[in-house]
Design a protein around this ligand. Structure first.
Ligand SMILES: [Zn+2]
Length: 69
């Protein structure tokens, strides 16, 4: 089963390779992860970078964790 983020307003979705619980975790703590990312040498896991990019782009929109149809 694959999960991802879906933005209701833009009808856009992204499918980072991570379990549902991890995606929910990132979504709830995006503001913390963004701060931590500034101090991480060598970059973050791909799914975090992907997820963060989507969450930033859709900041203030209705974004949900969803299952890939
Ligand atoms: Zn959006």
């Amino acid at each position: 089963m694959q999960y991802g983020y879906h933005c209701e307003e833009c009808e856009e979705a992204v499918w980072p390779a991570a379990p549902r619980a991890e995606l929910q975790w990132l979504k709830d703590r995006a503001h913390v992860v963004r701060e931590v990312a500034k101090h991480v040498q060598g970059g973050l896991d791909t799914w975090i970078s992907e997820g963060m990019a989507f969450l930033e782009r859709h900041h203030g929109h209705s974004v949900f964790v969803t299952r890939r149809p």
